[in-house]
Each structure stands twice: as C-alpha cells, then as structure tokens.
Design a protein around this ligand. Structure first.
Ligand SMILES: [Zn+2]
Length: 454
C-alpha cells in the first residue's frame, strides 16, 4: 500500500468512527451542528474563493436561506475563481481527465499526487468537473462505506469482502474512481461496465463470486433475471443500488434473485452519498455531511411530504470546490425523523428522478408537464426488463426490452396513450418498439425518459 493510500485509509477509518456517534444526535443537535459547519464552510469560501467573496459581499453573516443559489453553469464558467486552491485551473483538470480516459488509466492514483477529480455524468446537459483533496476524498469514501455498514453489509461477511461494481469503467466517473480506490484500500473490487451484455456480465460475475454487488438498478435487474433463469449463479450477501431511481420492480426482482432487499443509495458526484437505506428500510439523509433543501420552481422551501422541483445542497465537508446552496435538478420529498433503527437523521421519502425527466407535451390549452411516474405506473407492471420513453418531434417512441414473445405490446401502448390523454395531452402519437436493450448514455446509464430538449 502506498503512503497516499495509507494516509487515506487512516483518515477514512477515523471519519467512520467519528461519524457513528452522529447518528444518535437529537434533531436540535443536528440543526446546531449543521449551522456551525455551514458557517465554517462559508468563512473558508469567502476567505479563499474570489467567486464566493464577490457573491456573498454583505451576506457574510446572513442565514443560509438568504444566500443566492449557485448553478452548475456558474460553477463551471467561473471555476478558476470558485476553487480555493489558486494553482488549480479548469483547463489543466480537463486535460488530465481527457488523458486518463484516453489511457484508461488507474483512476485511484491522485492527480499531481494530491487531487482526485471526476466529471459528472452530464445527464442534465452540461458536464461538471469536481475535485477533492485527500481530506475531502476520505470523506467521500467514508460516506459510501457508511451506506455499506447501514445496510448491514460489513457485519454479515466474515471474510474479506469481495465487491463487484456494475456501473462504468470510464476512469473520469466517480463510481469508477471509488471502486478503484476501494480495490487498493479495502477489498478486492471487480469493475464492470453496465453497457456490457448481461450474458458477458454474468460470466464475469460468476467467475468472481462477489459478496457485495453494486450497480445501476437498470443493470441489476437484467442480472437478477439471469440469476432467476439459472444462467447466473452468485450469492451476494448484499446488493446495493446506486445512481438511478430504484423502482419497485427492480427491488422485487433483486430480492427474488438473491434473497435480500437492495440497499438504495442516493448519491451524486457533487455530494457523494446523500442518503441510504437502513436495515429497517428507511432512507436516511446524511444530515451531518450535507444540508438538503427541496425547493419549488421559485426557490421557496417545500415542507416535508411535498416533492420539490429541485434541491439546493450544501456539502459541509467541501473545501477545494465549496458547494453552498448548489442547485441540482433532482425532485425529492423529505419526511420526518424517527425510525425503528434508532438513527435520528431525517427520512428521505422519495427520490423521483430529475426535472429533465418531466416531458413537456402539447395540451388543449398549451403545454402540459408529464411526470415520469405516468410511465412508471404502467411500465413497472409490464413483463419487461427495461424501458425508455423517447420524445420526438412527431410523438413518443416507447422502447421496451426483454418482453417475452406474445407480450401484448399494443395493450401497453394503449395504456400509455390512455394515461397521457388523462393528463390532457393531445396530438402526440405513441409508438412502441421492442428492443434488445435500451440505449445507454456514454456512462452506461439507462435514462428512462429522453426529452427533446436536454
Ligand atoms: Zn432507519
């Protein structure tokens, strides 16, 4: 193990130990700690980042809710002024990312010996570049190991864990960097690409025999089908779903295949892990690491139980690239606190995809916004392994994968058309096409809804 790895591991274990005590904090204590950590972060940002100094002029003592949100476009446009380390230039970082992708380099090796860099998936249009030093990177890693321990994974396997990650092998993606880092620090980790065929993935997984299976739910479900059909034979102790919304059918098929409900992990490149499920099945927000504010279209806070249009996140451990009220297009619904597991962190009731997944379709009086749930409700009950709705100029194409011969595709089409009519949609023909598998983004994600305008 290299000196860098040894230092990372030491920090990671120290954070894990320190964070365990946070889980039983009272709500008042959580709120007080959040405010204190936010104030430290803002002071740091104002002192070292020209962007934040300018942005918060006169707001140095203002409450969090009074600070203007920051968008990804602003962050990328003014990256060199946002970062708190003056030696960092976006141009150099982009060049480094380009090179490691070209060379398929080991992404766990820090750039210039001290920085870990990732590009965000770009599902929301513009790609973002994010950077962490060794302290921050230890926190990112520790947030993911928290998800593993909350899911009961680390305590159930009595020998060194073997992990397989079915996400992306692209070395600029955070999940690839994390699996490579875990491989060198913690346990053997097999990195697979979700865009490989289920048969190929099954062969490699069968040879590796993971204790822990991690992946996009759109990749895990076909693997569960392979297992149920007898073409895959692995016995993971735990299955962890990440990066996409975990639906009821994925969850059901994963449990049927491997006998355990999947741990649902809600994470983004920007924030690391934001929430994950405990063994009682509740998804708790990591309130000691990140402040999550669901807001409506006018940036007004929405109360628990109501789904916001977007979220503002404040990443309390961020320092190199401070993220304070950073805007993301995820639609989430917060709940209250209280869970049989005893953890006091607030529950995240719903993660309903991204605002880009909402289609804008013609209606009698103009345009109607159609939420992806309209498609989920019909297609989740259908005998398919994957689906994708693609908006075209002249209607919607519905791609369905894995439908058995004799499936009533016309009936499915009619059901979707009927639901759209109920939503007030007019003049939008729906066509259905069986496909071998749904197209994935360059990072291997299978978007459920692809609108005309990203
Ligand atoms: Zn719980």
């Amino acid at each position: 193990m290299s000196a860098v790895d040894a230092e990372l591991l030491t920090r990671l274990l120290a954070l894990r130990a320190a964070w365990r005590s946070h889980e039983r904090w009272s709500s008042a204590r959580i709120a007080a700690q959040q405010m204190e950590a936010f104030q430290r972060l803002r002071s740091y940002a104002v002192a070292r980042s020209p962007f934040y100094r300018e942005r918060y002029a006169g707001l140095e003592e203002a409450p969090l809710a009074a600070l203007p949100p920051v968008t990804k476009d602003e962050l990328m446009d003014r990256f060199d002024e946002v970062v708190t380390a003056p030696s960092l230039r976006l141009y150099d970082i982009e060049e480094h990312l380009h090179r490691i992708v070209e060379d398929d380099a080991d992404p766990s090796v820090p750039w210039r010996g001290r920085w870990w860099v990732a590009a965000s998936a770009g599902t929301t249009g513009r790609r973002g570049i994010f950077i962490w030093d060794h302290r921050e990177w230890a926190a990112v890693l520790a947030s993911y190991t928290r998800a593993l321990s909350w899911g009961g994974i680390l305590s159930r396997v009595r020998r060194p864990v073997r992990a397989a990650m079915v996400t992306t092998r692209r070395p600029s993606h955070q999940s690839a960097i994390i699996s490579a880092t875990f491989n060198s620090l913690l346990f053997p980790t097999l990195r697979l690409d979700a865009s490989d065929s289920p048969a190929d993935l099954a062969a490699r997984l069968g040879a590796f025999q993971p204790d822990l299976l991690v992946g996009f739910p759109s990749a895990l479900r076909p693997l569960a089908m392979e297992q149920l059909a007898g073409r895959l034979n692995i016995a993971p102790t735990a299955v962890l779903s990440a990066s996409e919304v975990l639906g009821v059918p994925e969850s059901r098929d994963i449990e049927a295949a491997w006998g355990v409900p999947p741990v649902d992990l809600y994470a983004t490149t920007e924030t690391a892990c934001i929430a994950s499920t405990c063994t009682s099945g509740s998804r708790h927000v990591y309130e000691d690491l990140v402040i999550v504010e669901p807001v409506d279209a006018d940036y007004r806070p929405v109360p628990p139980g109501i789904t916001g249009e977007r979220i503002l996140v404040t990443v309390l451990f961020s320092r190199t690239l401070p993220l304070i009220r950073y805007e993301m297009s995820d639609c989430v619904r917060l709940g209250e606190s209280g869970c049989p597991c005893g953890r006091s962190f607030r529950i995240l009731e719903g993660v309903e995809g991204r605002a880009e997944d909402v289609l804008r379709l013609p209606a009698a009086g103009g345009i109607v916004a159609v939420h992806p749930n309209v498609f989920h409700e019909v297609l989740e009950e259908a005998p398919v392994t994957g689906w994708q709705v693609v908006q075209r100029e002249d209607g919607l194409d519905l791609l369905v994968a894995g439908a058995p011969l004799g499936t009533d595709l016309q009936g499915l089409r009619d059901a979707i058309a009927q639901r759209l009519t109920e939503q007030g949609v007019v003049g939008t023909p729906v066509r259905i096409f069986p496909v071998h598998e749904v197209p994935r983004t360059p990072l291997g994600k299978a978007k459920l809804v692809r609108g005309l305008h990203p």
